[in-house]
Design a protein around this ligand. Structure first.
Ligand code: HEC
Ligand code: HEC
Length: 508
């Protein structure tokens, strides 16, 4: 072979070699990088102001339970007939009592994160700890951070997703056209790869949650403003519901307010306050973390920085003042009555939480309120909770314990915490000061219209502009409005003294 031919030959081989190298090495690398760029980013939408982060920010739960953003957006269209009381003009989840602020595409209490190549959304703390108040029937609702989510019907919301994910319409053929109709610009990868997979995954995830949450089928409906906290915690351990004793199967509670956590750290005697309705945990940080589980934020995925920021902010967050006129003379007459009957258990006033029994548990025999919530929390569950996430030493639960009553808590912002008692069975403060035989046997929940006379939300309106409120029956298991009555609890005071006491409580 001559030199020239050999060189040409080599050149050809070299070119082929380069081509092969490109195909074998470079193309896959580029492909992997492209995939990585597409699928690896894990970015929460971050808000500088803690209040905005509370409303819309992530604490990490979407990594676990996040719904694909576009599925969240179109589910109310795809399963329109499964939405209760949808009204013209609703843009999304209003019929579950969620609300949207101007210019936002997600309701308050829902956060977004880029994860696994798509935007994923899920409930955050605000879903259960924020709400609105209307001072007049046609007035604008005012958003109050940290108050119980009085209008949000989590049970109905959950059921909607359980039913929709099982529905034959919950498939690519139906969902993708809806996404395009409402302006979702899916590219080819989204359309043929990400979303088909996401739909399949979400159907599976929702069905898994539904099977773990099978206890809800054995319970009366929660209605707005309530959830079963600790049966949901049992779901994490896959409790076999048919073997759980019947008296432990209903733990439905009212959402609490979460203001002033710093003052809830320490009682008068220097020990930490025992809180949650039954006083089963005396550490604020653990209560926050355990609450985070409700948003899918379990330790391996929890954004501890985000929770930490919220936690710091919640330490000193305060309730707003009562916005209606207060009769100062009448309130002044109520102050000594409060001091005499209530202060030892509930604190000196709305700012000063000192009091001999504040943050301690009153035995059930003494307080006499509905015992279902107390019984739903078991020694067994406390032991199980202590085993969670053994690899996350600093975040393990160590403070959960079984108690036998309900906790004495401070009454800051009490005007916004109606309906009252742990199960939300008494609509107004004035009703709570009557013996249980005189408290309403049934009333409506879910209204944000305020009743400044009786101090609570309008509870005798069954519907308004096509929105039906939830009829709460105190005869239903878990809903009893008995207890917190008798001479020690002010229910035998004169009508005039009760009015004075209610007036005073408006200043809290
Ligand atoms: C699904 C609704 C829900 C979500 C979401 C939720 N919480 Fe709660 N939270 C509750 C309920 C219900 C209780 C009362 C539990 C009980 O005692 O049964 C509670 C209790 C608390 C308490 C204790 C209040 C007290 O004084 O006893 C704090 C603090 C708290 N939540 C903070 C948070 C934070 C922070 C987040 C977000 C990481 C959060 N919650 C998310 C429903 C929720
Ligand atoms: C022996 C202690 C004790 C005394 C005295 C007492 N309470 Fe209570 N209070 C409790 C406990 C415990 C609860 C929670 C019971 C439950 O939810 O089942 C409670 C609940 C409440 C609630 C509902 C809180 C909420 O967020 O829903 C209000 C309001 C209240 N008490 C006001 C008063 C007033 C006013 C007085 C005085 C007339 C008073 N209490 C006297 C222990 C006490």
């Amino acid at each position: 072979m001559g030199m020239a031919a050999e060189t040409a030959h080599r050149r050809i081989w070299r070119r082929a070699g380069i081509t092969v190298a490109i195909v074998v090495v470079v193309v896959p690398i580029v492909f992997v990088i492209a995939l990585a760029v597409r699928f690896l980013p894990d970015r929460a939408v971050v808000y500088d102001a803690p209040e905005d982060h509370f409303k819309y920010g992530s604490t990490g739960g979407e990594r676990n339970w996040g719904f694909p953003y576009w599925i969240w957006r179109v589910a109310p269209e795809v399963c329109a007939d499964l939405m209760p009381d949808r009204r013209p003009g609703d843009v999304g989840y209003e019929s579950f009592g969620m609300f949207y602020e101007d210019g936002e595409d997600l309701p308050v209490g829902v956060s977004k994160r880029r994860h696994l190549g798509m935007d994923r959304v899920f409930l955050n703390c605000a879903a259960c700890h924020i709400s609105t108040v209307r001072e007049t029937a046609d007035g604008a609702p005012r958003v109050v951070v940290g108050m119980p989510a009085n209008t949000f019907n989590l049970g109905a919301f959950q059921k909607f997703f359980f039913d929709c994910a099982k529905d034959p319409r919950f498939n690519w053929k139906h969902i993708v056209p809806w996404i395009e109709q409402i302006g979702g610009d899916l590219d080819l990868i989204d359309r043929y790869l990400v979303y088909p997979f996401a739909i399949w995954l979400m159907r599976d995830l929702v069905q898994l949650i539904e099977s773990r949450f099978a206890f809800t089928e054995r319970q009366p409906p929660w209605g707005p403003g309530r959830v079963d906290t600790f049966n949901a915690a049992k779901a994490k351990f896959n409790y076999p519901w048919d073997k759980v004793p019947a008296h432990q199967l209903i733990g439905t509670t009212d959402f609490p307010s979460i203001w002033n956590q710093r003052k809830r750290k320490t009682r008068e005697d220097g020990e930490p306050m025992e809180l949650h309705w039954d006083g089963n945990n005396d550490k604020v940080e653990e209560r926050n973390l355990s609450a985070g589980f409700g948003t899918g934020a379990i330790p391996p995925v929890t954004d501890h920085d985000a929770i930490g920021r919220l936690e710091d902010w919640l330490l000193d967050l305060e309730p707003p003042d009562f916005p209606f006129p207060i009769d100062r003379d009448l309130a002044a007459r109520g102050a000594p009555i409060y001091a005499r009957y209530c202060a030892a258990c509930h604190g000196k006033n709305g700012d000063d939480f000192s009091g001999e029994y504040v943050g301690k548990v009153v035995p059930i025999e003494e307080i006499g309120t509905d015992r279902w919530r107390m019984d739903s929390y078991t020694y067994d569950l406390a032991v199980n909770q202590a085993t969670l996430y053994a690899g996350y030493e600093e975040h393990r639960f160590t403070r959960f314990r079984k108690t036998y009553g309900y906790a004495n808590m401070p009454l800051d912002g009490i005007w916004l915490r109606a309906p009252y008692l742990h199960n939300g069975s008494v609509p107004t403060l004035r009703d709570l000061l009557d013996p249980s035989a005189l408290r309403p046997a049934a009333f409506y929940r879910g209204n944000d219209l305020y009743d400044p006379e009786k101090v609570g939300f309008a509870s005798d309106v069954s519907q308004e502009n096509g929105k039906r409120y939830f009829r709460f029956e105190t005869s239903v298991a878990g809903n009893s409005s008995r207890g917190h009555e008798g001479p020690a609890y002010g229910t035998e005071l004169s009508a005039g003294d009760k009015d004075a006491l209610v007036e005073y409580l408006k200043t809290f």
